[in-house]
Design a protein around this ligand. Structure first.
Ligand code: NDP
Length: 314
């Protein structure tokens, strides 16, 4: 079956990875990325998070690269990554369920204006919001990106009683979700929603897609949840929209620079909730199970669903 090299969790995680794969694929040799005795030519599969540039290209017998994350931009940003090798995104049930939980929490935080409570607690001030709370049925959430994560997120929001729209490149049918498609559908999509959930992959087309002008098209009070990648939102535009009230509140999990630098004004902004790129991360057992299923499929010559498409860029 070959040799799987892992760059995820460092040497400390190796015993756990070895134990997991010993159970799932006893014939597979499991090595750590920084093992000094590792011969790159012996590696047939690589499970990686942010691989050092140029290292994958030296693994000349690679049959597949498995991203330890759902996104692959941490691999494709290396101009030398071996593009002839299949690149497979992390999948399985866990990331989608976790993302749906996170986005539901973020949407509820915006619905109940939790940023005001957070500031009140910080200042020890009994801050009651003006007027009664909005109901979930009064909030219209727009999910940008209806893929392996965006689809389940939209469905969970429908189940929780929100009005939900979705936007993707190709036409979609999702129960209870009004779906918009492509550039031609973007304006109508934005104008229908008050809260935008960003779940697009980072590609040349999507970088910088969320601008001040787009945020201004949302209904008020407007909210933004970015759980995709920091680069999709123009940070200066986000700051401006928050400062002038165009955006009432933002929940941000991803940033241009991570960890978010201490000097960023976003940390202290009273209308922002920040989480440390923690929306969805599979457990090691779930990742190992998914990786084993992918290796098995590839060894048997079967296709695997979450394969990176270089033409689409995701
Ligand atoms: P998928 O590739 O499964 O889905 C991407 C979706 O975006 C598809 O619906 C696709 O449309 C749409 N899309 C892509 N490009 C465009 C475009 N130019 N215009 C319109 N729609 C577009 O991605 P996932 O759902 O699996 O993941 C989304 C992102 O979430 C990941 O790339 C990653 O960056 C981020 N992520 C963040 C995590 C966190 O903890 N914060 C954890 C995991 C992932 P179509 O279906 O028509 O092709």
């Amino acid at each position: 079956m070959g040799c799987l090299v892992i760059k995820n969790g460092g040497a400390a995680a190796l015993p756990e990875w070895k134990a997991l794969f010993a159970r799932l694929m006893p014939g597979l040799e499991v090595r750590e990325w920084n093992d000094p005795a590792l011969d790159p030519a012996q590696v047939t599969y690589a499970l990686v998070w942010k691989p050092d540039p140029g290292r994958l290209a030296k693994m000349v017998n690679l049959k597949a690269i498995l991203s330890a994350a759902v996104g692959v931009d941490h691999i494709t940003s290396d101009p030398d990554w071996p593009k002839h090798v299949p690149l497979i995104r992390m999948g399985g049930e866990e990331p989608a369920l976790q993302m749906a939980d996170y986005v539901l929490w973020a949407v509820l935080s915006i619905l109940r204006d939790a940023a005001t409570w957070r500031v009140g607690q910080q200042d020890k001030v009994w801050t009651r919001q003006a007027g009664p709370a909005r109901m979930s049925s009064e909030m219209h959430v727009g999910v940008m990106g209806l893929g392996s994560l965006g689809g389940p997120v939209a469905t969970r929001l429908v189940q929780a009683g929100f009005r939900v729209s979705g936007w993707a490149r190709h036409a979609k049918t999702l129960e209870g979700v009004t779906c918009y498609t492509g550039t031609e559908g973007l304006n109508d999509f934005l104008q229908a929603c008050d809260t935008l959930v960003c779940l697009l992959p980072e590609t040349p087309e999507t970088i910088g897609m969320v601008t001040y002008e787009k945020l201004a098209r949302l209904r008020r009070p407007a909210g933004l949840i970015n759980v995709a990648r920091g680069a999709l939102v123009v940070e200066a535009d986000l700051q401006r929209a928050l400062d002038d009230g165009t955006l009432h509140m933002a929940v941000l999990d991803v940033f241009d620079a991570e960890p978010l630098p201490a000097a960023s004004p976003l940390w202290a902004h009273p209308r922002v909730l920040i989480t440390p790129h923690a929306a969805a991360e599979s457990s090691r057992p779930a990742r190992a199970e998914y990786v084993a299923s992918v290796i098995q499929a590839l060894e048997q010559g079967r296709d695997v669903p979450l394969r990176y498409d270089p033409v689409k860029g995701y």
